[in-house]
Design a protein around this ligand. Sequence first.
Ligand code: TYD
Length: 213
Amino acid sequence: MILEATQGKFITLEGIDGAGKSTHIAWLEGILRDKGQNVVVTREPGGTPLGEKLRTLLLNAGQTMHSETEALLMFAARREHLDKLILPALSRGDWVISDRFTDASFAYQGGGRGLTANKIHQLEEWIQGDFQPDLTFYFDITVELGRERLGNRIGDMKLADRFELEQDAFFRRVRTAYLERASKFPHRIHLVDSSQPIEKVKLSLYDKLLSIC
Ligand code: TYD
C-alpha cells in the first residue's frame, strides 16, 4: 500500500481498560485547537460507518469468535479507518487523535489472546505499510487500579463488553505486551504513569505534545 505524504500529525492513546485515556482526549484536543490546529478525534475499532458496525460485533459480550477472526476484524476496521478518515485528514493538514490503534492489537490479540507478534506484524505490514503514529501516549496502570476505576462495569454481564468480561490474567498479559511495546519504541511511545494525580499526568502529556508541535 502506498501512503500519501502527510502534513498533519497522528496521535494515539493506549492503555488497559480503565487506564483513563478517554479523560485526556478532550483535553489534548482543546490544547491543539487553541494552537490553531484542525483536530479530528476518532477511535478504534470504529471511526467509520463500517468500522462502527465491526466494533459492535467485536465488543458484543454474547458474540464468540476465534482469536484470529478477532485480529482480522480489528485490521479490517483499521483499513477502513485509514482509508476513509485518518489519511484524508492528515493529508488535509488536520491533526488526528485516535483512542487506540495498532498497539492495541499487539497488546490485546497478541498479549491477551496469545497470537504471535509475528502474525500481528504481518497484518500491520499489509494494512499500513510503515505508517505509524507520530506520537503514542500509553497510560500505564495496574490491573487492580483499572478495575477499581471501571467500577461495577467489569465482570457485570449486563454492563461489560466482551473484553471487559476477561479475567485479571488476561489484562496482565495485555499490560505486559504494552510495556514491551513501550520499551521497544521509546521515541514514539510515551509511557505515562496513570496512577499519578491527573494534574501531573497532564503536565507530562503537555511537555510531550509540545515536542511534536
Ligand atoms: P475501549 O477503547 O476500551 O472503549 P470504551 O472505553 O468505550 O470501553 O474499547 C475497545 C476495546 O477493543 C478494548 O477492550 C480493547 C479492544 N481492542 C482490541 O482488542 N484490539 C484492537 O486492535 C483495538 C483497537 C481495540
